[in-house]
Design a protein around this ligand. Structure first.
Ligand code: PRX
Length: 661
């Protein structure tokens, strides 16, 4: 975990600066706040908000969230590293996201424009309609015994029942756990069992590239050994017939039939858990990140307003799947708390052709568009033909997340989607941080490829391994030196790992320093450049996947003895998965077996984890304690310097790794 203080990144040579048009700056929420407060410059404002972060977040909490009962303490840090925010108050995110709008002048405003993948399959859902549906489902969940603190897993495509289920859980104090529908039954089973879910909400199937695909069979497979699950609720999305287990499975429409459209929203302690979201870490076991109602609501709403600059009259679209943190914060909670109108799109970007997203932007007049580098690069590769067909002049703000938006992709995005004027909010953050941490604001002069600066209210720094802040021009570990409201609260039932992964690194020197797990550098002007993970976590098309998880999936193949997995740089996906496999004694190395192993991994973990390349090797380099040295394997495979390998237990294994590029 040594930070790289010797080299500066190539990206730092970027000299282009893009200034946002004045009208976009003046229209922006953050600029208006800055002017009202009398700050003269952006730097002055950012600094004041971070130096006075408790006062700042207090104001944000009052501005963006309604409290059933006001809090008496803003931050309680008496039990580090478990911080509590807004102590003494009572709150519920569902009240803020739905109830209050349904009883205001926003009642008939559209919350979601749902766009199904089949062309023409679309409907608008107002805040009032959303309120009624959430209430019906909340009542139905109560009727089967779901109580405060119980876990409800959703395994759903991007359809309205996804936000409805999340909000219904929040309303009654149940904890939702979304499992991305691209995961296979294995990924679903491990999450359902770890969370000990009482209920699973799923769909018969979903549409992908024009075809209805089944989803429910994965649930049946996953639940073979899940005694905690009492009910499976099945949304009819495609109408395909699916097996239903008597007594356990019920169709969604039947489940909510006859339920009242009124349901009390439970006033909760701000620290009561809103959701557990599993994410990949350094071991094969996904970790359940816990987020709390109060602080999370504040962070998600404030950044949707300040960074994404969503206004009341915007049509906003974040293309992320709700199953990831970006979907939680910026498809569901952030925009709903603000009472915004958003697009909820079910399908893929290229169906029926590569113009689908742009046609949606034109048709709905989308003005704020939040997507990911992997998508931008995919469109970039396929040319401008499909973009040019559509009028995208409604776009005012663009945003990106998940991995570095390289300068070429920045330029393409800005020119082709942003009419050469929209600023691009390249937002650095994580499942753990709950909301944006380092990002531009509309007023920030941008350098393509840089995430610019830590946001107001965040105390983000770059440390060397001795907890010194590195000087400009150098790199190191991204840290948070002070808590923030939407921070993770714990790992579900894994206190040791929570402390080890985030807090132990600097505890002796500076207790309470959060280690993010990413490296970054700052250039001479103070601009931040994200360098990637310090741990063994892959980023494939923006999805976070642990090397260890893919390795253990590969090893579960009957012919595989051992596996080592690395990421190879990929033009479009950022990284692609490469597996080095040691076969069991006596197994013959056949080409067809490579495909078989990849298919097996896909079956265990889902399509996101599919190894694009498989190589058979005799041995893999390891440390003396038996840990696979992925860094060394990667260097050898990519034809780079492997560095000093003398400390390995089997240095000769390095030569068995082939160069792959
Ligand atoms: O490595 C960073 C990368 O994504 C990681 C977090 O992944 P996840 O928890 O799945 O959340 C993704 C959406 C927030 C980070 O540790 N990452 C995220 N945003 C950026 C990024 N890398 C570079 N630039 C970004 N803007």
């Amino acid at each position: 975990m040594k930070s790289d203080t010797a080299k500066t990144a190539v990206l730092q040579e970027e000299t282009r600066i893009f200034n946002t048009p004045q009208w976009i700056i003046e229209h922006s929420n953050s600029y208006q706040w800055m002017k009202n407060k009398g700050f003269k410059t952006e730097n002055e404002m950012r600094k004041w908000c971070s130096d006075n972060y408790i006062e700042f977040w207090d104001e944000m909490a009052r501005t963006f969230v309604d409290w059933f009962k006001p809090y008496t303490q803003i931050l309680d840090d008496s039990e580090k590293p478990h911080y509590k925010w807004f102590t003494g108050g009572k709150v519920n995110v569902a009240y803020n996201a739905v109830d209050r709008h349904a009883h205001s002048e926003k009642r008939n405003k559209v919350a979601y424009y749902f766009v199904g993948e089949p062309v023409g399959d679309a409907k608008a859902i107002t805040y009032y309609q959303l309120y009624r549906e959430v209430n019906r489902l909340a009542n139905a969940l109560k009727s089967v015994g779901v109580e405060k603190g119980d876990r409800v897993v959703t395994y759903l495509p991007m359809i309205p029942e996804q936000p409805i289920t999340m909000l219904a859980c929040a309303k009654i104090g149940a904890i939702h756990t979304l499992v991305f529908s691209g995961f296979s039954s294995g990924g679903l089973a491990s999450r359902v069992n770890d969370a000990e879910a009482k209920v699973v909400v799923t769909a018969d199937g979903f549409y992908r590239r024009g075809k209805p695909l089944p989803l429910k069979p994965n649930v049946d497979e996953a639940l073979k050994n899940s005694p905690s699950v009492k009910k499976v609720i099945v949304v009819k999305r495609t109408g395909v017939s699916v097996p239903m287990t008597e007594g356990r499975d019920v169709y969604y429409d039947d489940f909510v039939a006859g339920q009242s459209t009124k349901c009390e929203t439970v006033p909760l302690d701000p620290e009561d858990r809103l959701f557990i979201l599993y994410t990949s870490g350094t071991t094969g076991k996904p970790k359940g990140i816990e987020h709390a109602h109060g602080g999370y609501a504040v962070g998600a709403a404030q950044t949707t307003s300040w960074v994404l600059d969503v206004h009341d009259d915007d049509v906003y679209w974040c293309t992320a799947d709700a199953g990831w943190i970006t979907g939680h914060s910026y498809v569901i909670y952030g925009p709903l708390i603000l009472g915004a109108s958003s697009i909820l799109y079910e399908g893929s970007p290229d169906f029926p052709d590569l113009g689908r997203w742009w046609s949606i932007i034109e048709e709905y007049g989308v003005s704020v568009f939040y997507s990911a580098p992997t998508a931008v690069r995919m469109f970039m590769k396929s040319g401008e033909e499909f973009v040019k067909k559509y009028d995208l002049s409604s776009i005012r703000i663009l945003a990106s997340v998940g991995e570095p938006l390289n300068p070429e992709a920045y330029m393409w995005f800005r020119k082709n989607i942003g009419s050469d004027q929209a600023p691009i909010m390249d937002t650095w953050w994580q499942t753990e941080t709950g909301c944006h941490v380092v990002a531009p604001l509309a007023m920030t002069p941008e350098k393509p490829g840089s995430v610019c600066f830590p946001l107001p209210g965040m105390n983000t720094d770059i440390y060397d391994e001795d907890a010194n802040s590195v000087p400009l021009g150098y790199g190191g570990n991204i840290v948070q030196t002070a808590p923030w409201p939407s921070m993770l609260r714990a790992f579900f039932r894994d206190e040791i790992r929570y402390k080890k992964e985030y807090w132990d690194m600097y505890w002796q020197v500076k207790p309470g320093t959060y280690l993010a797990g990413d490296k970054a550098t700052r250039d001479k002007d103070g601009y931040w450049w994200i360098q990637g993970r310090i741990d063994d976590v892959l980023k494939v098309a923006g999805h976070r996947i642990s090397n260890a998880e893919v390795e253990s999936a590969a090893v579960s193949h009957p012919k595989v003895a051992e596996a080592a997995v690395i990421g190879e740089p990929d033009e479009v996906k950022g990284e692609k998965i490469v597996a080095f496999i040691i076969l069991k004694e006596g197994v013959v190395e056949e080409e067809s077996l490579k495909k078989d192993i990849s298919t097996h991994v896909r079956k265990v973990l889902g399509p996101v984890a599919y190894p694009d390349k498989v190589y058979f090797v005799k041995d893999v380099p390891k440390t003396r304690s038996g840990k696979i040295m992925r860094r060394v394997i990667k260097a050898k495979a990519l034809g780079k310097d492997t560095g000093d390998v003398s400390a390995l237990s089997n240095p000769e294994a390095v030569s068995s790794i082939p160069q792959i590029n």
